[in-house]
Ligand binder design. Structure first.
Ligand SMILES: O=c1ccn([C@@H]2O[C@H](COP(=O)(O)OP(=O)(O)O)[C@@H](O)[C@H]2O)c(=O)[nH]1
Ligand SMILES: [Ca+2]
Length: 404
C-alpha cells in the first residue's frame, strides 16, 4: 500500500471505526493551469467512516505544455488542450461516479498577467469543455486563483507534514513559478503581525483549525517573468524585430523565445561585459526594494519548491530525486561559477546564469535572507508530492459535502 494515506492518518488518529461502516470512495479532478503548463490531478480518496477524515488513496497526473496563457489569441485551442487531459479522467473514474466527481480548474500567474478580456475568453472556453463532460461542474469551477490561497494551501500541506513529526524547525515555504513567486510562513512574533501589510496576513481554515499565515504572491517575479524584466521586456510593447540584450547571457547568443503568447528576440552583450558582477547589477534592479522583508525570516529555514528545486538539481547542487538542504550562499557560489564560465555551460539553457543570479538576488535582496539561511529543497513532504492542488481538492470535496 502506498504511504500516501499516512499523511491524513498521522494527523487524525483513526478512532471509533463503526463495525459496519461502508467505505466511501470518491474522486476529485483538479487542473493546475500554470504559466508554463497545464496539469491534471485526478485524486482518489477513501473514507472509512464519518468520524475520520478521508485518506488519499491515489493520484493520476498528466501535464501538457505550453500553459493556457500561450493561447491568449486562440482560446478554443487552449480549451482543447484541457479537453485532451480531461479525457484521461473519463477512463480513470468509474462511470457510476462521474456525476459525483467535481472538476475544477484554477489558473495561476500566467492568466493574471493577461488582459481581463483575454483571460475571460480562455476561462469561458474551458468552462464549456467542462459542461460538455459527464462530471460535476461546481459553481466557480473555472477561475483565476487568488495568489494568497496558492501560498496558503501549499504551506498548510507542509504544516500537516510537520505536525506528524518531520522537521520541526522549518517555518515556511517558498515557491518559484514561471510568472509569480510566493512566500508563506507561520509568524512566531507579534512584531511580524504588526509590521506586515494587512493583505499579507490571512487566516486559513483547514482540518477544523484556523491558522494565521503570512502569505504573499508577487506577480511578475516568477523565473520566466524575471527573465523578461531583466531584459527590460516585461510590460512593454515589443517592437517588431526588437532585440533585448543582457550581460547574463552568452556573448554570441542571439535567439527567440515565446512567453505568454508574445515572441521575444534576445541575446548576449556582444561588445560589452558579461559575467556574474554585471549580471547581478542588472538583476538587482528587478528585485531591489520591491519586496516586503519580514525581520523574523532572516534566520529561519524554509522549504523551497518549483524552480528553486529545478535549478538546484540542474546544477548538481542537490540530487534530482532526493532533493537536499542548501544555504542561500550555495546559489550565489553556483551563479558565479556558471556566469563567469558561460561558454563552458553553454550546453544547458542559455538562461542558466541569469536564472541562478536571479534566485540569488531574490533570496538576498528581495526577501532579505542571510547567506547562511537554510533552504530545504523538496518535492515531497511525508511522501506526498507537494502541490497546492491536493489541499485545494480536499477543500473542494469538503465544501461540496462529498466527504461524509
Ligand atoms: O506539477 C507541478 C507543476 C509545477 N511545478 C513547478 O513549477 C514550475 C513552473 O511554474 P508554473 O508553470 O506553475 O508557473 P506559475 O503559474 O506558478 O507562475 C515548473 O517548472 C516546476 O518547477 C512542479 O514542480 N510540479
Ligand atoms: Ca505554479
Amino acid at each position: 500500500h502506498s504511504n500516501r494515506e499516512m499523511w491524513f492518518q498521522d494527523l487524525f488518529p483513526p478512532n471509533m471505526c463503526p463495525i459496519n461502516a461502508k467505505t466511501n470512495t470518491f474522486y476529485g479532478i483538479m487542473f493546475d493551469a500554470g504559466s508554463t503548463g497545464t496539469r491534471i490531478h485526478i485524486y482518489t480518496f477513501v473514507q472509512k467512516s464519518p468520524e475520520i477524515l478521508p485518506e488519499l488513496e491515489g493520484e493520476i497526473f498528466e501535464s501538457v505544455k505550453p500553459g493556457l496563457s500561450a493561447y491568449a489569441d486562440q482560446p478554443e485551442k487552449g480549451a482543447e488542450s484541457v479537453k485532451r487531459l480531461l479525457d484521461m479522467a473519463i477512463d480513470a473514474v468509474p462511470p457510476h461516479l462521474w456525476k459525483k466527481t467535481p472538476v475544477v480548474l484554477k489558473a495561476t500567474a500566467g492568466l493574471r498577467l493577461l488582459s481581463e478580456e483575454k483571460a475571460q475568453a480562455l476561462l469561458s472556453e474551458v468552462k464549456e469543455v467542462f459542461e460538455e463532460s459527464p462530471f460535476l461542474v461546481p459553481e466557480d469551477s473555472v477561475s483565476i486563483m487568488d495568489g494568497s490561497y496558492e501560498g496558503a494551501v501549499l504551506n498548510v500541506m507542509w504544516f500537516a507534514g510537520q505536525l506528524s513529526g518531520q522537521n520541526q524547525h522549518t517555518t515556511g515555504t517558498l515557491d518559484l513559478g514561471g510568472a509569480s513567486t510566493q512566500i508563506t510562513f507561520l509568524p512566531r512574533f507579534e512584531e511580524t503581525l504588526k509590521e506586515s501589510p494587512r493583505d499579507f496576513l490571512t487566516s486559513f481554515e483547514m482540518f477544523n483549525s484556523t491558522y494565521k499565515l503570512y502569505t504573499h504572491s508577487y506577480l511578475g517575479f516568477g523565473l520566466k517573468a524575471a527573465r523578461l524584466a531583466t531584459l527590460g521586456a516585461l510590460n512593454t510593447e515589443v517592437a517588431d524585430g526588437q532585440m533585448f540584450r543582457s550581460s547574463c547571457l552568452p556573448k554570441q547568443l542571439e535567439a527567440e523565445w515565446h512567453f505568454g503568447g508574445v515572441k521575444y528576440r534576445y541575446g548576449g552583450n556582444k561588445e560589452g561585459e558579461t559575467g556574474f558582477k554585471p549580471c547581478y547589477l542588472e538583476v538587482l534592479k528587478v528585485v531591489k526594494g520591491k519586496l516586503h522583508q519580514p525581520d523574523e525570516i532572516r534566520g529561519s529555514s524554509f522549504y523551497a519548491f518549483s524552480y528553486y528545486y529545478d535549478r538546484a538539481a540542474d546544477t548538481n547542487l542537490i540530487d534530482y530525486e532526493q532533493g537536499g538542504v542548501l544555504e542561500v550562499r550555495d546559489f550565489e557560489r553556483k551563479a558565479k561559477e556558471v556566469c563567469d564560465n558561460m561558454e563552458r555551460f553553454s550546453s544547458a539553457s542559455p538562461f542558466l546564469c541569469m536564472d541562478l543570479t536571479y534566485i540569488t538576488a531574490l533570496l538576498k535582496e528581495g526577501f532579505g535572507f542571510r547567506d547562511n539561511t537554510l533552504l530545504q529543497l523538496t518535492k515531497k513532504v511525508n511522501n506526498i508530492e507537494t502541490s497546492w492542488t491536493l489541499g485545494a481538492t480536499f477543500h473542494l470535496l469538503q465544501s461540496l459535502g462529498i466527504t461524509y
